[in-house]
Design a protein around this ligand. Structure first.
Ligand SMILES: [Zn+2]
Length: 223
């Protein structure tokens, strides 16, 4: 009888350890390590911005990595940030969610002068809008003095301090309506969440812009 009891105990322990190893370590834990190795051999990527979102919250841990001469990524800065009020998984205009995935950058822009970024930097004036309507300008920053369109989208200059410094993430760069528009990385406002963007302190945003160029990937996933 003792023998069977021993075997039962061993089997129970085996099940316990196996199930713990299988289920306690979600695959997402390795996403970040995989991104670092995947992009280290990609010459079209110089910098990585990790947006490590904390599940079921509007908070994220932000990390900036830059490639060194030996092609390894080095951690340059860490900061606390905010994402969409309704978390991750953007699907449509107004869902207050941030997109999941790896993204590029369309351009930088800001109400304040260029903080010395190598990205193309659009100095914002009162004519700049980001269009959120079903038309050819959807998900584009336009100068309404230069196009024939009475835009009802975001009047960029009105968002101080959020758009003091910002860059345009290339989510839905094809401008398919209504998949979502105006997904930016920008400075924090007063609220502890965004409408779908990624927000960090203004000083951090300026520092990130100084360090990156157009060869940057922004990776947004659950931590
Ligand atoms: Zn418009």
């Amino acid at each position: 009888m003792n023998k069977y009891l021993d075997i039962t105990i061993i089997v129970l322990f085996a099940i316990f350890f196996l199930t713990n190893n299988v289920f306690a370590e979600p695959e997402t834990k390795n996403i970040w390590q995989n991104k670092l190795s995947e992009y280290s051999s990609n010459n079209d990527v110089h910098s990585l911005i990790f947006v490590k979102c904390i599940k079921n919250t509007s908070e994220a841990n932000i990390e900036l990595y830059k490639k060194s001469e030996n092609n390894n990524f080095e951690l340059l800065l860490k900061a606390q940030g905010f994402i969409g009020k309704n978390g991750l998984g953007k699907e449509k205009e107004g869902d207050l969610k941030s997109p999941i995935g790896d993204f590029g950058i369309i351009q930088a822009f800001g109400i304040k002068p260029n903080p010395d970024t190598k990205l193309e930097y659009l100095a914002i004036n009162e004519n700049h809008y980001c269009c959120d309507e079903n038309c050819q300008y959807y998900n584009k920053i336009i100068d309404v003095k230069q196009v024939n369109h009475k835009c009802k989208g975001e009047h960029i200059i009105k968002y101080i301090p959020q758009y003091n410094y910002a860059f345009f993430i290339d989510y839905n760069k094809e401008g398919v309506y209504p998949k979502g528009s105006a997904i930016f990385m920008h400075c924090k406002g007063k609220k502890p969440y965004t409408a779908g963007c990624v927000a960090v302190d203004e000083e951090i945003m300026a520092n990130i812009l100084k360090e990156i160029d157009s060869y940057t990937r922004v990776c947004i996933y659950n931590e």
